[in-house]
Design a protein around this ligand. Sequence first.
Ligand SMILES: NC(=O)c1ccc[n+]([C@@H]2O[C@H](COP(=O)([O-])OP(=O)(O)OC[C@H]3O[C@@H](n4cnc5c(N)ncnc54)[C@H](O)[C@@H]3O)[C@@H](O)[C@H]2O)c1
Length: 247
Amino acid sequence: MTVTTTYLTGGGSGIGRACCQVLAREGARVVVTDINLQAAKHTLTLLPGGQQHVALAMNVRDRKSVEDALKSAQDQCGAPPSLLVNCAGVLIIAPLLETDDDTWHKIIDVNLTGIFLVTQAFTRSLLENGKHSKGAIVNIASMAGKTGYIYLSGYSASKGGVISLTKTCAAELASKAIRVNCVLPGAIDTPMAASVSEEMCESFKQLIPLGRFGRPEEVAEVVAFLLSERSSYMVGACVEVTGGYRM
Ligand SMILES: NC(=O)c1ccc[n+]([C@@H]2O[C@H](COP(=O)([O-])OP(=O)(O)OC[C@H]3O[C@@H](n4cnc5c(N)ncnc54)[C@H](O)[C@@H]3O)[C@@H](O)[C@H]2O)c1
């Protein structure tokens, strides 16, 4: 049996960590990357089949870091990864009039440019592998990218960009046997969500028909499905995982 290698960004926490756990449970070899290497290494300790998985430091904003990490993954796994989850992200809450240039650029760099850089490097390495180039990519966007959200101008814009980048990559790469889709989580209980004020969380909860935040693994199960052949006819889809928020 061939073991599929899945490459994840932001695998040291929250949704990314849950994706690593679900994918490892399904038999994948997982390359956990994160800007926080300690956190990525901690994820490794939570995975079944520990020896075969790899943890790497990578800053998605930095092209050299992105290319070096991918090369290292390829060397350690003996072949380029064929599955990719772009999960690294940052949330910075700021009213429009108080958003300074540095804040704006940081959010766009990590959440949007990061996906561009990692997807480009991943796709190049996969295609260089010739006839074994079949692959799948899942980008983690957000419902904020579709609906916008108060005090999240940079974050919402970055995630809207992820949605359109997903569709464009999907259209370009389908003929090369690489399917690209994205997931739009609503509010999910992770360290990122914990940075939001109680007041904002409560007002958000009122808008969720299920009446609760989602669990990271509830997003991860959808990611695993989109990476698998079970979703072989899905291309450029944006799957909402929201408990019914703004359905
Ligand atoms: N939690 C939510 O409610 C929610 C909702 C919608 C979308 N999302 C998206 O899901 C993804 C994961 O979020 P989460 O809630 O698990 O957050 P999290 O903060 O728990 O995890 C984010 C991870 O990304 C890593 N990261 C940050 N900057 C990085 C960089 N420059 N390079 C590499 N790694 C970096 C962090 O170290 C962290 O491990 C993000 O893209 C986020 O925008 C989250």
